[in-house]
Design a protein around this ligand. Structure first.
Ligand SMILES: [Zn+2]
Length: 249
């Protein structure tokens, strides 16, 4: 079956002298692993070697039996994210987003809204110089990624007893906890029964529940939120994401 789609490359590995194996996030088919035969040759139907964040329209074929690499036959690359390499902060955020997207998506499971959000995220960060804004965009994308892949954060009530978490009464005396395995908050009455947890400040819960506040959040709080998300990703993936070390403190 031959498929036309718009893609962004999440991973590219050299294969033999002239070819590559690429992981593509396609808009309508989700994550697709594909062989790009001859993509490293000077003349190919891929507009040059395929790189991370290569973007454009493709044609590929998939076997009806599935399970194998698709065969990429065309890639009309557009230089849409060329600016990313010129700002290390933006590049690291983009690499982190690509890594998480690749890990959280299943093969051939379409997520067009997430595709659009990733493109928007990459466009925003490559035009942003300010570190706090780059981090705010990264956090926003990470929250959307969790939502789109069915593991969105549940931060309005205790996941165990469903009692509402009253943000005004949450203070240092009765800290609220976030449990990654339970994927939500634990009230002071329930937290004792759950060993896997991390204290979370009420102001951070408020921001995570209203992501529109992220662009106006200060760097200190953004970093605290990112540490919480890294903790969550590490639990979900059973090991720290590779790019997490660039966002620790
Ligand atoms: Zn509870």
């Amino acid at each position: 079956m031959q498929i036309k789609d718009t893609v962004i490359c999440l991973r590219a590995v050299n294969y033999s002298e002239t070819s590559q194996v690429v992981t593509l996030f396609t808009r309508d088919s989700g994550k697709v692993g594909a062989m790009a035969k001859g993509s490293r040759r000077a003349k190919s139907s891929f507009d040059g070697p395929i790189e991370l964040f290569s973007f454009g329209d493709v044609v590929f074929t998939v076997k009806d039996s599935g399970g194998q690499l698709a065969i990429l036959t065309e890639f009309g690359q557009q230089p849409r994210f060329r600016m990313l390499s010129q700002n290390l902060g933006a590049l690291n955020a983009a690499l982190f987003a690509a890594e998480l997207t690749e890990k959280f998506l299943e093969d051939h499971d379409p997520h067009p809204p997430l595709f659009d959000k990733l493109i928007k995220f990459l466009e925003m960060v490559q035009e942003t110089k300010e570190d706090s804004q780059i981090l705010a965009w990264l956090i926003l994308y990470q929250i959307r990624l969790l939502e789109e892949t069915g593991v969105g954060l549940m931060l309005d009530a205790c996941v165990n007893c469903s009692s509402p978490i009253n943000q005004n009464s949450v203070g240092t005396a009765h800290p609220t906890y976030f449990s990654s395995r339970e994927n939500g908050l634990l009230c002071s009455g329930c937290e004792m029964a759950f060993p896997e947890k991390r204290a979370i400040d009420s102001t951070l819960i408020d921001i995570l529940n209203s992501p529109a506040k992220l662009p106006k959040t200060d760097m200190k709080q953004l970093k605290q939120i990112e540490q919480l998300l890294i903790y969550h990703f590490t639990e979900l993936l059973h090991k720290p994401p590779r790019m997490a070390k660039y966002f620790k403190k």
